[in-house]
Design a protein around this ligand. Structure first.
Ligand SMILES: Nc1ncnc2c1ncn2[C@@H]1O[C@H](COP(=O)(O)OP(=O)(O)OP(=O)(O)O)[C@@H](O)[C@H]1O
Length: 677
């Protein structure tokens, strides 16, 4: 738990002074400011807890308001507000971005608005025409002259026609709206995915993949629903509420006065209970998601679960979460039942009260039965419209928050532009790399310097190995060469050109081949996985790369050969097989520079031998940077560099370094000692 010397006392003072029902807006402002300040002082991944010396009620209100508007997660427990600092920033809703998506669908939008508006206007007419019909029936009963059918024919047909037109209008605007919503959502998804792919690696260090994917799925879904709802229900409800109120007033100002007092109270009470139920429903959904998360994790890591014989424990964990969600859903069900029962009674009481008061007006000849009928139907329409406006309000807030989260990522500019500097050299590459005075700290940990005036030259077609303590920054050097990050100081040159000026797609796609310890394969065929390195490669090129990588023999031993599907993350292959496919994938682009980051360290001796053989072949005629733990694998390197404290402290061939008796010698001695244990 973090407590902050300046923020908390201030917040405490404010909170203490707010007890006793001062406006919640102020509480919210203060909460937001206090938490905002605290969040700015903490690192992104920390969860901060603020303990306020206030009553739970004020805290609940402020936490709820804060969460509502700031879209953060909060738990209110024991007078303690826990805020996830990852979600501190309140994204701004950017209307101009929405406009970019809506503009191509403008005709559909205008059409939907016009049709929805027309349907709402007709809905205002319906109670009046129903009243006319009832008046005709009443007159017929009173006078009893002529044919009944003849009397009611005209008003009934008018009403029927109106129902027909209203049905057509409703069908029309729903079709237009769903088409509009789907197209806007699809365009947003594509644009967001494209923006996410353009983001640099530092973005993914700072943001959890689950949350990022959530914006692509749940947030766009939420925004789409709100968008459609606001246009359909919002427009209809507001038009109907205003229109029907005017009609009610024209029919009977006295009865309308009564309605104006009673209806908002009932709708308000309903809205409050509705808010409570929605909160229960959200919590229940979160609980279901939590249970799913447990199952997801267990099934996703089923090998580990089985290896530790943890099936029973996982089942217990899952059952515990499922039982909690069952209880919450049962409570929710009871709440809904209670609410529905209560609202049935309330609505029927309104009808009864209107008939009672209206009957008295009829008896005094101040109202006709038809007007009472119109009044009843119109007041029901007002009730429904007001109720949906109150629901709509929450939906608008949720939709705006979801939209703001989507637009935040859409508008995000990567610090490393996707095309890099855009320059592709005319001359063929020699493959010389110079790291010159490189300083670097990861953007998520700016205070922790990983490289400090790091200098290294990779001469063309030579193999350079970097060794050193774990966590010393060896892989970081490879990441900088790939330009996953830019150094905070110094420059990396490729054949004398600053890599920041070079085209990034060319650099990563054609110049550098990267093979790491845990190759990630996609759940497609072997052929597609190798072709990932060069999408336009012919089958013959794929097979040739596989042969170079010592992979052809085992691939052709599968019944489906190169069409074998490797399963999610290549789960159906052995570590050595995966690694050889990864080597083929890197080789197919015929890179000038090859980076091997602990490429054989996860393999057993036999697999390592086959993979090493492939690597030896792959490294010929290229500049190679090897990052290695197992020093036995790099003894033949042209130059071995030992890293310590973010710099190269020793360099030479294997035998030179052994003779020197320095850090490298120590590392070798330690590894040999560990190997003998
Ligand atoms: N994405 C990241 N964000 C923040 N810090 C990181 C990140 N990746 C690595 N680090 C930190 O940078 C330091 C150097 O990590 P690096 O992976 O480069 O070391 P290494 O020498 O390759 O280690 P090993 O031999 O164990 O693989 C470590 O302290 C590590 O915690």
């Amino acid at each position: 738990m973090i407590s902050d010397g300046t923020v908390l006392p201030r917040a405490n003072r404010y909170y203490s002074s707010q007890q006793g029902g001062k406006p919640t807006a102020l509480i919210w402002r203060v909460t937001q400011r206090a938490i905002g300040q605290l969040a700015r002082r903490t690192s992104n991944s920390q969860r901060v807890s603020l303990k306020f010396l206030v009553g739970p009620a004020a805290l609940t209100v402020s936490a709820r308001l804060f969460c509502h508007v700031a879209c953060c997660e909060a738990d209110v427990n024991n007078n303690e507000l826990v805020v996830d600092a990852d979600q501190q920033t309140v994204p701004e809703f950017k209307w101009h971005i929405l406009w970019q998506f809506v503009r191509p669908q403008l005709l559909a939008l205008i059409g939907a608005v016009v049709l929805a508006f027309a349907a709402a206007i007709l809905n205002i007419q319906i109670p009046l025409m129903l009243g006319d019909l009832v008046n005709v029936v009443a007159r017929y009963l009173r006078e009893n002259t002529g044919s009944y059918v003849h009397e009611i024919r005209i008003p009934a047909l008018k009403l029927l026609g109106l129902y027909g037109i209203q049905g057509l209008l409703t069908t029309g605007y729903i079709i237009l709206l769903s088409r509009l919503g789907e197209r806007v959502a699809a365009d947003m998804r594509k644009a967001l995915f494209s923006s996410l792919l353009r983001q640099d690696v530092a973005f993914y260090d700072a943001n959890k993949t689950g949350q990022v994917v959530n914006r692509l799925t749940a947030d766009i879904q939420e925004f789409k629903s709100s968008f459609k709802l606001v246009i359909s229900q919002g427009l209809r409800s507001i038009t109907q509420t205003v229109g029907c109120f005017v009609s009610l007033y024209i029919m009977s100002p006295k009865l309308t006065g009564l309605t104006v007092v009673v209806l908002p109270c009932l709708v308000g009470a309903g809205a409050l209970i509705g808010t409570f139920l929605r909160r229960l429903s959200r919590l229940a959904q979160e609980q279901v998601a939590k249970a799913t998360g447990v199952a997801d994790e267990a099934l996703g890591n089923v090998r580990t679960v089985k290896a530790f014989a943890m099936e029973e424990r996982e089942l217990e964990l899952y059952a515990h979460e499922v039982d909690k969600s069952r209880d919450m859903n049962e409570n929710l069900g009871a709440g809904i039942a209670f609410f529905q029962g209560l609202s049935n009674i309330a609505l029927n009481c309104i009808v009864l009260g209107t008939i009672f008061a209206g009957g008295s007006l009829i008896s005094r000849n101040e109202m006709s039965p038809g007007d009472l009928m119109s009044f009843l139907v119109a007041s029901q329409t007002v009730q429904r419209s007001m109720a949906s406006i109150s629901i709509l309000f929450g939906q608008i807030v949720r939709g705006l928050s979801a939209g703001a989260r989507v637009f935040e990522y859409l508008d995000l500019k990567p610090s490393i532009p996707p095309s890099g500097g855009g320059c592709i050299p005319y001359n063929s590459l020699m493959g010389r790399v110079d790291f010159m005075d490189i300083s670097f700290s990861y953007p998520t940990r700016p205070g922790h310097q990983i490289l400090n005036k790091f200098n290294l030259t990779l001469p063309p077609c030579k193999t350079i190995a970097i060794v050193g303590e774990s966590g010393g920054g060896k892989s970081t050097v490879a990441s900088l060469l790939e330009r996953f990050y830019d150094p905070t100081g110094g420059v990396i040159m490729l054949d004398g050109l600053d890599i920041r000026t070079l085209d990034l797609t060319w650099l990563r796609g054609q110049v550098i081949g990267f093979i790491n310890q845990e190759p990630v394969l996609f759940a497609s065929s072997v052929m597609d996985n190798i072709r990932f390195g060069k999408p336009d490669a012919t089958d013959a090129e794929v097979i040739d790369a596989a042969k170079q990588a010592n992979a052809h023999r085992f691939i052709t031993s599968f019944p489906n050969g190169y069409n074998t599907v490797v399963g999610e993350r290549g789960v159906t292959l052995s570590g050595g097989q995966k690694q050889r496919i990864a080597i083929a994938r890197a080789l197919i682009k015929n890179p000038s520079i090859l980076v091997l980051d602990e490429a054989t360290s996860a393999l057993d001796a036999e697999s390592e031998r086959v993979v090493q053989e492939a690597l030896d072949r792959a490294t010929r005629g290229r500049t190679v940077l090897i990052i290695a733990h197992r020093l036995s694998t790099i003894q033949a390197a042209d130059l071995i560099c030992v890293m310590s404290n973010g710099r190269i402290v020793e360099a030479g061939t294997h035998s030179e370094l052994l003779t020197k008796g320095g850090l490298y010698f120590d590392l070798i001695r330690r590894q040999r000692a560990e190997g003998q244990k």
